[in-house]
Design a protein around this ligand. Structure first.
Ligand code: UDX
Length: 462
């Protein structure tokens, strides 16, 4: 029998919603609080305002069975008062200097403090940081909760709460899977009782004993990494920075492959079979984007600089990534020469497939650059098209890939959506200017098939 916890999740954005839905799914009673009343109204009506496969079904299922609730800012006090555990899952946007902006986290910590001041507790409240915060923020949250207690005239007893760092590693598009079947759960805390409580909260996931439709389960049990607060916070940054560096590394190798006449796909396969390296995240192309890698790498660089440490490897990781976007332009220029007046189709605009997220999407940078060079840019995306049109004024957006290709001098595969990978190449060739150029920014198409259809193929490092 699962020990049921009363859980409050503050911030019903991407991370908060996924966390809340999954905790409800494994047997806890969860209330998500968000300051945006519209969002709360939508969620209460069973509509999930973000694109994440399976999330809406899980939210609706748990709301129906009475394990998942939503409330606006007015409900915060009651949620915190009744909760055993409160997750802080508000965003930490990138500030102007690259550092993480903690004002949302700080405001939540203070209001938790003011609730603690008003209502003495039998058991300490567990305050779990799910937002990605710079190393040392656990202590900062404690301090702000104490400030909140003081300001509200409470006794300021630190015994009334414990702070835990519990970073998430979920990928957009795979968030439910990554939450329910994680490679590991990381818990950072400075108190044994907080860790024990967190271990019980996550027991159904650690033991893989919660109900699921997936059969057989992909995992038998999930390892727990128990550590201090600062190390848990560093694990999150180090994981994302490592993956971003791995991609930039293969991109550097792919550029060298082009120079010496090697094929990066074979090189990646060859090095990836070494278990110390591993085969994943060795896909060369236009580089990494999204909401996590750019923000977290920037925040880690900024932390390093605060300590007067020159993060040379992270600087290079970012420089290589920026160069990859520009390589699309040089590849187009190599074959088309001037881009002025040329029609260029961008296939896929979201930062990766199966999401509508355009944050730090390579497409936007490439479209902007092409526009400034006088090209006529047409973009296609099965999901993110409308949002892209708003963000990139020089980009004409269409909702059919063949409409984008009609009359195009070149097409660039920017996001490897299924619709793009399964493109009818013959049809593409017949619609494009002759001979159409195809720049495969994700090395996702078969070069021989593209050439057989009568198109000119340019990949990255192959
Ligand atoms: C990532 C991490 O995977 C996740 O653990 C973390 O918590 C949040 O950041 P996400 O941003 O959703 O998740 O995307 P992911 O699927 O990891 O891809 C990141 C970026 O790398 C994308 O832009 C993708 O296109 C790019 N990528 C990935 C490559 O360029 N090559 C690869 O081989 C793999």
């Amino acid at each position: 029998m699962v020990e049921e916890f009363k859980v409050g999740v503050i911030g019903a954005g991407y991370v908060g919603l996924v966390t809340g839905a999954c905790l409800a799914q494994i047997g806890h009673r969860v209330t998500c609080v968000d300051r945006d009343e519209d969002r709360v109204a939508q969620l209460s009506a069973g509509r999930v305002p973000i694109y994440e496969p399976g999330l809406e079904e899980m939210v609706v299922r748990n709301a129906r069975r009475g394990t998942l609730f939503f409330t606006g800012p007015g409900g915060l006090r009651e949620v915190v008062r009744a909760a055993d555990v409160v997750f802080i899952a508000v965003d930490t946007p990138q500030g102007e200097d690259g550092s993480a902006d903690l004002s949302n986290v700080a405001a939540v910590a203070k209001s938790i403090g003011s609730v603690l001041a008003a209502a003495p507790r039998e058991k300490p409240l567990l305050i779990v940081n799910k937002s990605t915060v710079p190393v040392g923020s656990g202590d900062y949250v404690s301090m702000l909760v104490c400030d909140g207690i003081d300001e509200a005239g409470g006794a300021g007893e630190p015994a009334e709460f414990r702070v835990v760092s519990n970073p998430e590693f979920l990928r957009e598009g795979n968030a439910l899977y990554d939450s329910l079947f994680p490679d590991r759960i990381v818990l950072g805390a400075d108190s044994r009782e907080a860790l024990e409580a967190m271990r019980s909260l996550y027991d159904p996931i650690i033991a893989q004993s919660f109900p699921t439709d997936l059969d057989p389960r992909p995992k038998v049990s999930v390892p727990l990494v128990v550590t201090d607060l600062a190390s848990a916070e560093m694990i999150k940054y180090a994981a994302n920075a490592f993956l971003a560096t791995k991609i930039s590394f293969i991109n550097e190798v792919s550029n060298l492959c082009e120079l010496v006449g090697a094929d990066v796909a074979n090189v990646a396969a060859g090095i990836g079979l070494d278990e110390r390296i591993g085969p994943r995240f060795l896909g060369a192309g236009v580089g990494w984007g999204g909401s996590c890698f750019p923000k977290d790498v920037a925040a880690l660089r900024s932390v390093a600089r605060e300590y007067d440490y020159e993060p040379v490897l992270l600087d290079a990781t970012v420089a290589v990534n920026e160069r990859q976007r520009r390589r699309v332009i040089s590849k187009l220029q190599h074959d088309l020469h001037t881009l002025k007046g040329k029609r260029i189709a961008l296939l896929g605009l979201a930062f990766k497939p199966n999401t509508d997220d355009l944050r730090e999407a390579p497409s936007l940078r490439i479209a902007g650059e092409l526009d400034s060079l006088g090209a006529r840019v047409v973009g296609y995306d099965p999901v993110a098209g409308k949002a892209a049109a708003r963000l990139s004024p020089g980009l004409r957006v269409v909702f059919d890939p063949y409409e984008a290709l009609a009359g195009a001098h070149a097409a660039v595969v920017v996001t490897e959506w299924e619709e793009v990978r399964n493109l009818d190449l013959e049809r593409a060739a017949s619609l494009m200017d002759d001979p159409g150029l195809l720049v495969d920014g994700r090395n996702t198409l078969d070069p021989d098939a593209v050439r057989a259809a009568g198109l000119l193929y340019r990949g990255f490092g192959r």
